[in-house]
Design a protein around this ligand. Structure first.
Ligand SMILES: Cc1cc2nc3c(=O)[nH]c(=O)nc-3n(C[C@H](O)[C@H](O)[C@H](O)COP(=O)(O)O)c2cc1C
Length: 386
């Protein structure tokens, strides 16, 4: 195991390196990345959504298909294959988690498949995961439950609801909307700088929640913009037990996306990284590449024109429960998010949507391995340039 002066994370009687590689859809964190991270003794996460893109036989079944059950089945089979492959790469080290987004229409089936395929943990965000314990019935002993939340109110509400079911989270990820990549846990882009999301504040507030609910402390795991040992030490000093890191892992050699995807993230300057309203009705952070630039130019008009009468799903997959395009809701984005994210993972620079966190990457524009990334983050030692 990589040497670190940081305390290890205790989860389900296992001692783990205190880093979760965040789930990144569509297809950005699949078996190769999650397996490599777990093999080092940390937690590698597969994002459950749209994994058929990595399996040509399954992906072919989903194309121009108007039978929803065939599309769903192909994606579940892809998730099973990815979990099995990641477990094999991990060779019994670390943990393999599956990230399930509450905003995805088939999230209960994804959570169930994760349990059946042998995931060690389910990490659920993009919505309040009140029903997470119900989804894993029969697997309580095998699967750790880790919700992703962004503010004290949400943590308190989830804990109260779960306590009524007699279950508590194994850990809680606290994602800061000012820094994270992908969908953000704030009501709108103007709200992301609100001090209620700050790690220093929320870590204290949640300890107070534990005390007021009379429960033992649960490991708290900040996420968003954590890119060095100094930053990790800072949040540990505030009371964190581990950190979740996304963008720095997306650009590793083992990352499951096309090289063009990694280069877009690696080369993005701070002024190229923007926050906008996603079709899921949440703000999102991405690199301003050609497709996003064009979309943002016509966004206002597209949102003004949106009505439920004119709305329809562009691809029959109906991936999100609530989608601005499918439902014709002007408050949300007006594009097909699955199409755009699929184009990104296969490296289409013109048409893709490239999610990215806001902060600098540990090795600048250099692409490194998972081992080098974890070594740098955990020991502070910069590996020599190749
Ligand atoms: C390309 C990309 C895709 C992401 N997709 C998801 C996702 O599908 N589900 C999720 O819960 N979080 C997603 N995230 C958020 C990450 O898991 C992670 O929490 C966040 O990016 C942490 O911030 P950092 O990138 O600054 O380390 C994504 C982030 C990126 C960069």
């Amino acid at each position: 195991m990589i040497k670190t002066e940081l305390p290890l994370l205790q989860l389900r009687h296992r001692q783990l390196l205190p880093i979760i590689q965040g789930g990144m859809g569509v297809g950005i964190s699949a078996h190769s990345l999650a397996g490599a991270v777990a093999r080092e003794g940390a937690i590698g996460t597969i994002a459950s959504v749209g994994l058929a893109i990595h399996h040509p036989d399954l992906y072919a079944k989903t194309q121009r298909c108007k039978d929803r059950s065939i599309i769903d089945q192909a994606n579940l089979e892809a998730l099973d294959r990815e979990i099995v492959a990641a477990r094999s790469l991990a060779a019994g080290q670390g943990m393999i988690a599956v990230n399930v987004m509450k905003a995805v229409d088939r999230y209960p089936e994804h959570a169930r498949q994760a349990c059946e395929s042998g995931a060690d943990a389910i990490i659920m965000g993009a919505g309040l995961p009140f029903d997470m314990p119900d989804l894993i019935k029969g697997y309580e002993d095998k699967v750790a439950l880790i919700p992703i939340l962004s503010e004290e109110r949400g943590v308190r509400a989830v804990l109260k609801r779960w306590m009524r079911k007699g279950i508590l989270p194994d850990a809680i990820v606290l994602e800061h909307p000012r820094y994270a990549g992908g969908h953000l846990g704030a009501p709108n882009p103007q709200d992301i700088n609100n001090p209620r999301f700050d790690f220093k504040r929320i870590l204290v507030e949640i300890v107070n929640v534990f005390e007021s609910l009379k429960i033992d402390p649960i490991p708290l795991i900040p996420a968003g913009g954590i890119n060095s040992l100094e930053r990790i030490k800072e949040v540990f000093a505030m009371g964190a037990s581990a950190v979740q890191i996304g963008t720095p892992f997306a650009v590793t050699r083992e990352g499951d996306a096309h090289i063009n995807f990694k280069n877009i993230l690696l080369k993005a300057k701070p002024e190229d990284i923007v926050t906008f309203m996603s079709t899921a009705g949440l703000p999102a952070r991405a690199v301003l590449t050609p497709w996003l630039k064009k979309y943002l130019q016509r966004e206002e008009k597209a949102r003004e024109r949106a009505t439920p009468e004119r709305a329809k799903c562009a691809i029959w997959a109906e991936c999100l429960t609530h989608c601005g395009l499918k439902d014709g809701t002007p408050e949300a984005g007006q594009f097909c998010i699955l199409t755009q994210l699929e184009q990104a993972v296969i490296g289409n620079v013109e048409r893709g949507l490239f999610f990215r966190g806001s902060e600098a990457l540990p090795f600048g524009e250099e692409m490194r391995s998972v081992h080098e990334t974890l070594t740098y983050l955990l020991s502070g030692q910069m590996p020599k340039l190749a």
